[in-house]
Design a protein around this ligand. Structure first.
Ligand SMILES: *Cc1c(COP(=O)(O)O)cnc(C)c1O
Length: 355
């Protein structure tokens, strides 16, 4: 049976898988909700989206995603408060960034209504899948890729936009020990580092494996030219606290414009924390570690919100960060998650009510 709401056709799953899921022991992004949204680009335009049961998709072996890597994605979360209201966090920013990423990879941009109305309809339908345990949420993965056929190295003429959701526990990674990268780069001037392109991740896996083999969990990416400027922490933006000043690198065509990053900057400033958006050199971080003024380093991104770094390695030496009781990292993480989950007022207007 199918119904059409706001141009969106909904084909419901015959039965729900929700009773098979242990909501008290959720990992991150490994079980999927009953439905997904699918929207096709063909004959020069995005066709009306459809919601259907979560299922595998079929592609021609010559589909250009496999050969030329035209694929971009987003990462978002939906939260349910104690009154069962469903919230998103700055969703229009994800929509805009998806199109910024698409444009860079010659993927046709999506209409706002298909993204926003499609996402709302999907969340309404699968709202029972939004976990309520502390720290958990429904992780949302919107993505667009080239489904059009042919080995010709040119943009495809057909694409798919899909949104899948996955009830997820908190993305607690424990003490993260990182390696400052001196050889490899995740992005370059004029490249696609600012885009959430799948290929950026593929290029990170090998250097990260090498770092893991040396006992580190993640790589701190430095600039491709000199490896002297600290740019990102794995797939997160990076913050460094020297004395009481919180520093983060300015966005550029090498650095992703993270929504968590910009929210942390605004929140910290509104709380009277001294924030500087400026280039950070490896030398100044090593010096600060040596003279005791380096207080904290943390990554910032949707999945973990804030991920504290306990130590970093550079040129064969490991530098431990101090173990502080009151960190900016935990304070800012609590402030931001309280806003996301409607536990506190939202003076910034970031929260977005779905139902
Ligand atoms: C997604 C991502 C981030 C974080 O962005 P958010 O909008 O905060 O989730 C940071 N760096 C990279 C490379 C990313 O892909």
């Amino acid at each position: 049976m199918s119904t059409i709401i706001n141009d969106i056709e909904i084909i419901k799953a015959e039965s729900s898988k929700i009773n098979e899921v242990d909501f008290d022991n959720l990992t991150f992004g490994s079980v999927f909700s009953d439905h997904m949204l699918v929207c096709d680009y063909k004959e020069g335009k995005w066709q009306a989206p459809k919601i259907m049961p979560y299922q595998p998709i079929t592609l021609d072996p010559s589909a250009k995603i496999f050969h030329y890597g035209q694929s971009v994605f987003e990462g978002m979360k939906a939260y349910k408060d104690v009154d069962q209201n469903v919230w998103l966090f700055r969703p229009l920013d994800n929509f805009k960034r998806l199109n910024i990423s698409s444009k860079r990879l010659s993927i046709p941009e999506l209409p706002e209504a298909y993204f926003m109305e499609g996402l709302k309809a999907l969340l309404e339908l699968d709202k029972d899948w939004i976990p309520t345990n502390d720290g958990s949420s429904l992780y949302i993965r919107p993505f667009v890729f080239a489904s059009g056929q042919g080995f010709h190295a040119s943009p495809a003429d057909e694409y798919k936009f899909i949104i899948c959701t996955a009830p997820s526990g908190s993305y607690f990674s424990g003490d993260v020990k990182v390696l400052i990268e001196e050889t490899y780069s995740r992005s370059a001037n004029g490249g696609v580092g600012f885009a959430k392109a799948g290929g950026n991740y593929a290029g990170q896996f090998y250097p990260t494996q090498l770092a893991k083999a040396k006992g580190y969990h993640q790589v701190i990416w430095t600039d491709d030219n000199t490896h002297e400027y600290i740019e990102e922490a794995g797939a997160m933006n990076i913050f460094v606290r020297i004395n009481d000043t919180l520093i983060t690198a300015p966005t550029s065509d090498r650095i992703l414009d993270g929504i968590t990053r910009k929210s942390i900057i605004e929140l910290a400033e509104s709380e009277g924390i001294d924030v500087e958006v400026k280039k950070i050199t490896v030398t100044e971080v090593v010096e600060a570690a040596k003279n005791g003024t380096l207080k904290e380093m943390f990554g910032a991104g949707t999945a973990a919100v804030v991920s504290p770094i306990s130590a970093f390695g550079y040129k064969g030496t490991d530098y431990e960060l101090p173990k502080l009781n009151d960190t900016y990292a935990s304070f800012l993480k609590k402030r931001i998650t309280d806003i996301q989950t409607n536990k506190t007022e939202d003076p910034f207007g970031w929260r977005f009510k779905v139902v």
